[in-house]
Write a protein that binds this ligand. Structure first.
Ligand code: FE
Length: 338
């Protein structure tokens, strides 16, 4: 994040300098910043001659910024994590539809919409303390509402997109009434008021402060691949469950992006999305954050993720996740899931 002012200055310079107007350029607003990203972008430039100006920032801030820049926004592409945020960009009318045979053939139908595409996937799993909770008690998301887990559940905020998207999936599969029942049950099982991120919850579970939580898989993988002895020791105390394996499968969320309606370099932007669906880019994109490639034929060797075993993934279209965001927030509000 320290690099941001420099990157920003570079981007502004080339956008405003008319001498560089003919240069092939792509302005990327990205909420992703991982080590493998350098190679990811360098390869695109090498293949196409298109230089990438990157503006990095927090997901919601970038979205706000694009909104505020309006018609004058230099942004060509918005890349972010979570279907909820991508859906929000769509609802704000920021994206422009892209029709690309290549994207249609590479990205599975359930992972794309008319105007935004997923490029990697992550699952939301149950993490439990091996001493405090029996694995058979926490096989499904709905189990987290079971009164026998009273005082044992920890969670990040209910207004966080990861939990909203999970709730959206529960609404889609089980209906609003059942989803609300689960939310209420979860709230009455809280060991403490929601706070912190997924990693904080895993740590609290390992420390015995809570018995169980939910986390995105890349946080689990990151800790399993940690070079710190205390984190590795901590992970020995917790078990991981792929939820809803006898039902709809583990809830899947995505990171992805789309071409902005006001994109000054639309052609380059579409080219970039197509590049992100290539074998090589898919590997960089997914592995940089311990995720899975959206393109099914692309395999990434990630020992930490593989150690969690095979699982059934929910194939609910990302469109549907987007559709139920507002309802999900209303349910959390009513249930007091702050
Ligand atoms: Fe995250």
């Amino acid at each position: 994040m320290k690099l941001m002012p420099v990157l920003f200055a570079a981007a502004t310079f080339s956008i405003l300098n008319p001498a560089l107007a003919d240069e092939k350029i792509l302005n990327l607003y990205s909420a992703r910043h991982y080590q493998t990203d350098e190679a990811l972008y360098a390869n695109f430039t090498q293949q196409t001659g298109i230089k990438i100006n990157r503006i990095e920032g927090k997901e919601d801030e970038l979205l706000e910024r694009i909104k505020n820049e309006g018609a004058n926004s230099p942004a060509d592409i918005f890349l972010t994590v979570d279907a909820a945020r991508l859906a929000k960009a769509h609802e704000l009318g920021l994206f422009s539809p892209v029709s690309s045979k290549l994207l249609e053939s590479r990205i599975p139908a359930h992972l794309r919409t008319d105007d935004w595409f997923s490029f990697s996937t992550r699952a939301r799993v149950i993490v439990y303390n091996k001493v405090a909770v029996k694995p058979e008690e926490v096989q499904n998301y709905a189990d987290l509402a079971n009164p026998r887990l009273k005082g044992k559940l920890c969670s990040r905020s209910g207004s966080h997109p990861y939990n909203l998207s999970l709730m959206a999936a529960l609404i889609a599969h089980q209906g609003e009434a059942k989803a609300e029942e689960i939310a209420r049950g979860m709230v009455s099982n809280f060991a403490r008021a929601p706070k912190g991120g997924d990693t904080d919850q895993i740590k609290a579970v390992a420390a015995g402060e809570c018995g169980v939580t939910i986390s995105n898989t890349y946080y689990v993988a990151r800790l399993l691949r940690s070079t710190k002895m205390d984190e590795l020791k901590m992970m020995e105390k917790v078990g991981i469950i792929w939820p809803d394996q006898a039902g709809n499968g583990a809830h899947i969320n995505v990171s992805g992006g789309g071409v902005l309606k006001t994109a000054p370099h639309r052609e380059a932007a579409v080219q970039f999305l197509e590049y992100l669906a290539s074998d090589q880019a898919q590997r960089y994109f997914a592995d940089g954050n311990n995720e899975w490639p959206a393109v099914e034929s692309v395999k990434v060797a990630n020992p930490a993720l593989e150690s969690l075993g095979k699982f059934k993934a929910d194939k609910l279209p990302v469109k549907n996740l987007a559709m139920y965001q507002t309802k999900a927030q209303m349910i959390f509000d009513r249930a007091g899931f702050k």
